[in-house]
Design a protein around this ligand. Structure first.
Ligand SMILES: [Zn+2]
Length: 465
């Protein structure tokens, strides 16, 4: 089956045909770097990472360009920096670094380019000048505003008519706006805020609005029209609607991107996530409790367009499932391309990760080690057993009779190699139905603080607590 993707703009699943198969181009709106990203922000990052992997598989890694921007100039950033009393640049650098660490732990590949808004002010100003010249934008009280009424089919992505929007506008209308729905392309900066020389003959220094940032960065790195534009469903209106308006009117094109993809909402334990409810989860604190692969599997078991309920019960279940899978993948096997084909087939159907995971369960059941391994890799799920535990989990590092548990060292009275030998001796005793000997070995280890755990996959050991 060919790759088919659901396009929010045309509201149908369509066969994916890149404009240029030697250069498949995707843009996804990235974070505004002012605070730790919440777990809802992890959803587009993971979903579009799977699409990036799939496109690389289908077209070759060198032929796919994935751009995910960094919004490092924004009102929220200015407010937070002032609140914390730190320079803006320090806040954005620190937050960006945390974000990079978080998404790496989630098993995401780095995008081809991660452009920063503050490094694309010149492109934004060029777009703004063009829009003013072509009467799609106007200057009012040192602001530049996009004239929504200049674009007859504005609102197509979110399926809103311009008349309805103007009638229903409840935002407090700034007096300098011609229409309530007109949006800011450029605005003056207050003292102390980041500022640049303004476009369109405005004397006072200013800064860009959020929407123009993405139009400028996608243009610079992907061109006037590109293949896929992605983001969370909350960005459809107004952000993506406004990106389309800016780019199409600046370049006089019929489209900004040929496929618009949006992931669904995420709620926590059946409720909308909010700081006031106290169920606000950051990626960073989830990683303390769960390994990145568990979070990733939990995200991907629901199709990206469906809403997802983020629950502890599901995370535990995914942790157990991933443990079984990674255990099985530790055994040797030949590479089996059937696994790849099956997973690609599932993903080709509008990135059906839920189906792909059902296939992985089948591979596990039939003990098809290589198919399970390559399938997991294609979904970006680590086969390393260490990827299951969170950072705060007590980790044991065993080295020549010496064990350290998250920094604290304890001297073992028995070398780990000897523990393994005793386990083997106990296993032979059990096979010979000599249960008193098996119990004696278990008790001997227990006196040395080593606890055995038997499961259908074999015997493991850990330190008594
Ligand atoms: Zn954007």
């Amino acid at each position: 089956m060919e790759l088919r993707l659901y396009d929010t703009l045309t509201r149908e699943k369509r066969v994916f045909r890149p404009l240029d198969s030697a250069r498949v181009r995707m843009y996804v709106c990235g974070p505004t770097v002012y605070d730790f990203a919440h777990i809802g922000n992890a959803r587009p990052v993971i979903v579009f990472d799977v699409l990036f992997r799939l496109l690389r598989h289908l077209y070759g890694a060198k032929h796919v360009k994935y751009v995910r921007n960094i919004t490092d100039v924004d009102d929220k950033i200015n407010a937070r920096a002032a609140e914390r009393g730190v320079p803006i640049r320090d806040l954005t650098e620190e937050t960006y670094k945390n974000f990079k660490d978080d998404v790496a732990a989630l098993g995401c590949l780095e995008p081809t380019v991660e452009p920063r808004a503050t490094e694309h002010i010149a492109e934004m100003k060029t777009l703004i000048e063009r829009l003013v010249e072509s009467k799609h934008a106007y200057v009012a009280e040192e602001h530049v505003l996009f004239a929504v009424s200049s674009m007859p089919d504005y609102g197509k992505l979110s399926n809103r008519s311009l008349d309805e929007m103007i009638a229903g506008a409840r935002v407090e209308v700034a007096p300098y706006k011609r229409n309530a729905t007109d949006f800011v392309l450029w605005k003056p900066s207050k003292p102390g805020e980041p500022s640049w020389p303004s476009p369109a003959g405005i004397k006072a220094p200013g800064r860009p609005g959020w929407h123009i940032e993405c139009s400028a960065m996608s243009w610079k790195h992907l061109g006037e029209v590109f293949d896929i534009h992605g983001g969370g469903i909350d960005l459809v209106f107004p952000h993506h609607e406004n990106e389309i308006a800016q780019s199409r009117c600046a370049f006089h094109t019929g489209a900004m991107a040929n496929y618009w993809m949006h992931n669904g909402f995420l709620q926590v334990e059946g409720e909308k996530m909010s700081k006031s409810v106290g169920n606000f989860l950051t990626i960073n604190d989830q990683l303390d409790h769960w390994g990145g692969s568990v979070l990733r599997l939990n995200m991907l078991k629901t199709h990206y367009r469906q809403p997802i309920d983020w629950t502890q019960t599901n995370l535990k279940e995914m942790g157990r499932e991933l443990t079984r899978w990674t255990d099985l993948t530790q055994s040797n096997s030949e590479d089996d391309q059937d696994g790849v084909r099956t997973i690609v087939e599932a993903l080709n159907d509008d990135l059906n990760t839920a189906d792909a995971i059902t296939q992985l369960r089948g591979f596990y059941k039939s003990k098809n080690v290589s198919a399970l391994r390559v399938g997991m890799e294609l979904l970006g799920l680590s086969t390393d057993p260490k990827s299951i535990q969170g950072r705060k989990h007590k980790r044991m590092y065993v080295e020549a009779g010496h064990i350290s548990i998250t920094g604290q060292s304890v001297q073992l009275t028995i070398a780990p190699g000897s523990i393994e030998k005793l386990i083997a001796a106990r296993n032979s005793a059990r096979s010979a139905r000599n249960f008193s000997e098996a119990d004696r070995i278990r008790d001997e280890l227990a006196t040395m603080g080593v606890v055995l755990k038997d499961s259908k996959d074999g015997t493991t050991w850990e330190l008594a607590r």
